[in-house]
Design a protein. Structure first.
Length: 396
């Protein structure tokens, strides 16, 4: 009898179920974000890290593997080798997370998809629209699960905000404003840091730095909560600090479906802002406001009524879709690691369902998928073209 990972009598109204075993996760890329994501994946109790291509240098990959407690024969010098070897093993990885610099995403994701291994890839999905659409096509052809690392959409109160909008509680949306402000590029010598150099190298980071990295988070979050795709934008890129080959700041006017106007701002030179991702959506009956640095609270207003503050925790107005992602009781804080863990939880459910040959009901999981990643790359391309044309409007 084939292995079953999900319970037969799955309750789609309750919390996410335990699986019959932990899924096996591979890691491609050994930087800081891989450690964060692995920590989050383990937190779910649905994943164990069993293999990795942690460096393109074979000796360094094995040395890093020791730090990850990986067996030497499952520490690979390339993602190509890893995809082939793990696909051939009876205990090979069920899925892989790709946390390399941007220019590797396409080739790595394609190799694992074609090897029959599900993928969770960091964003931006690729550096070119053609590559992003290529990954969409490979995913459709192979039937694999492909998730994208827009973890900001996985905070419980963000899921609650999405439901409030969908229920019509703020009425017809009339404007959307989103910003992501950080301060870590303020020092004049920041470009010399090893983890920064590749982010400013167009051959690795693509045609943008700030927009591709944090601007895509802002664009995805605005569309995710509002339910409205971004249709047009006009953008201006700036280097506000020390000279750099790519922008550290961008300002945009945006338009969403139904001609809804908005703004999007992203910068890494805003002293005092560490995780300054802020979303505001206003309708003809009310509005919503959320701030990453106060991520457990959502401000919800109905015009003419007192403001309401919805906090993360069981009950007290939190709907079932958001409650499935809550780990601790109200009053005990959760944060970005838990948001990543929520993404890996939903990824686990999707991977298990595919392996069981089961269809999941619409809306049970809402993780960002390959189509969302491709939308982010189209957003980047439109912003680049708009900036090159002096801030002209461009279709996304």
């Amino acid at each position: 009898m084939a292995e079953r990972l999900l319970p037969e009598n799955l309750n789609f109204d309750g919390p996410f179920p335990r699986l019959s075993r932990r899924l096996r996760l591979g890691v491609v890329g050994g930087g800081r974000i891989s450690v964060t994501q692995a920590t989050a994946a383990r937190m779910t109790d649905r994943w164990e890290v069993t293999a990795g291509a942690l460096s393109s240098d074979a000796a360094r990959s094995k040395a890093r593997g020791v730090e990850w407690f990986l067996p030497a024969d499952r520490c690979y010098a390339s993602f190509e080798e890893m995809a082939q070897a793990e696909a051939a093993r009876p205990d090979g990885v069920d899925a892989v997370m790709i946390t390399t610099p941007n220019h590797v995403h396409f080739d790595a994701a394609k190799a694992f998809l074609e090897a029959g291994i599900d993928v969770l890839c960091d964003k931006p999905l690729t550096n070119e629209v053609a590559e992003a659409e290529g990954l969409e096509a490979v995913t459709a052809r192979t039937g694999q699960v492909f998730a994208v690392g827009y973890a900001m959409s996985c905070f419980p109160v963000i899921r609650q905000a999405k439901q409030i909008v969908a229920d019509g509680a703020i009425g017809k949306i009339n404007q959307i404003h989103v910003e992501f402000m950080q301060d870590w590029m303020t020092p004049e010598d920041v470009a010399d840091a090893p983890h920064v150099k590749w982010r400013l190298d167009p051959k690795i980071s693509g045609p943008t730095s700030c927009v591709g990295d944090i601007g895509t988070h802002a664009a995805h979050l605005a569309s995710f909560v509002s339910g409205l795709p971004l249709t047009d934008l006009r953008a201006e890129f700036h280097v506000c600090g020390a000279p750099k080959p790519l922008e550290d700041t961008a300002f945009m006017f945006t338009r969403y479906q139904n001609e809804v106007p908005g703004t999007l701002m992203a910068t890494r030179l805003a002293p005092g802002n560490r995780g300054g991702l802020r979303l505001r959506i206003f309708g003809n009956e009310g509005g919503l406001e959320w701030d990453l640095e106060n991520s457990e609270q959502l401000k919800f207003n109905r015009f003419g009524e007192p403001d309401r503050f919805i906090s993360r925790g069981h009950g007290h107005g939190i709907g079932p879709g958001a409650e499935r992602l809550i780990r601790t009781a109200r009053g005990f804080p959760e944060g970005i690691i838990e948001a990543w863990a929520n993404l890996y939880t939903e990824f686990a459910m999707a991977v298990a369902a595919r392996r069981d040959g089961r269809d999941l009901p619409y809306g049970w999981i809402e993780m960002p998928e390959v189509c969302d990643g491709a939308a982010g790359v189209r957003f980047i391309e439109a912003a680049v073209r708009s900036n090159e044309k002096g801030g002209a409007w461009f279709k996304v």
